[in-house]
Design a protein around this ligand. Structure first.
Ligand SMILES: C[S@@+](CC[C@H](N)C(=O)[O-])C[C@H]1O[C@@H](n2cnc3c(N)ncnc32)[C@H](O)[C@@H]1O
Length: 203
């Protein structure tokens, strides 16, 4: 099963799932909003069913959410009620998703650990941002949770889990920096978990 097919299958269920920690979610959203403004042209990769895009789009010049799963994008499009709301499109983490447009901000929430080739994805993001462009991400880092590996392997074997990269917080920071970004802010949301928030600028 492809990753897109996996996410398509679970899209309706994913749309109904409540946010696991609303306080941490709101805090990270508030941090992100400090980087967005009337000049922001943003592309959110792996936007899922669009909940975060709908929260971040107001006040920006342009906000596009993209996801590899057409099922996720269909649900996201159905949530847009405002003509000034975000636009949604199907796309992966590659050059094509930019559609030849220039975005000065790229966001990726709960996505980087799902990329089979993280460095290629980061390179595409870097290549398509202008100098000083922003890359804001939040990534579950389960590299230290060795006991999850056999569980996830069994789930993958029966089509119940997608590809997952077991990254550590240090690896996420290092791979973003190695792709040509200068890290300007990091955090953990919630603080007691390895959910790594990184704001970086293209250098
Ligand atoms: C864990 S969900 C996160 C969704 C949303 N960003 C959030 O934080 O709730 C991961 C999302 O990434 C999408 N995805 C997985 N692999 C992808 C890829 N290579 N390119 C773009 N999106 C991808 C999935 O379809 C899914 O919607």
């Amino acid at each position: 099963m492809t990753d897109a097919a996996f996410w398509d299958r679970i899209a309706p269920k994913y749309a109904k799932q409540p946010i696991s920690n609303t306080e941490a979610y709101e805090e990270s959203l508030a941090r992100t909003k400090t980087y967005l403004g009337a000049d922001t042209t943003a592309l959110e990769l792996g936007c899922g069913t669009g909940s975060t895009a709908l929260r971040l789009a107001p006040g920006t010049k342009r906000f596009v959410g993209a996801d590899i799963s057409p099922g996720m994008i269909d649900i996201a499009k159905g949530k847009v009620t405002d003509a000034d709301g975000p636009e949604f499109r199907v796309g992966g983490v590659d050059d094509a998703v930019f559609g030849g447009e220039s975005f000065n901000t790229v966001l990726a929430h709960n996505l980087l650990h799902l990329l089979p080739d993280l460095d290629a994805g980061l390179a595409a993001i870097h290549r398509n941002l202008p100098e000083n462009g922003l890359f804001i991400s939040k990534t579950p880092c389960i590299g230290g949770r060795w006991y999850l590996r056999p569980i996830i392997a069994i789930m993958q074997a029966v089509g119940k889990a997608p590809f997952v990269n077991f990254l550590t917080v240090e690896q996420v920071d290092a791979r973003i920096a190695a792709a040509g970004f200068r890290i300007v802010e990091t955090g953990l949301y919630p603080p007691s978990t390895p959910s790594r928030y990184v704001v970086a600028r293209k250098v």
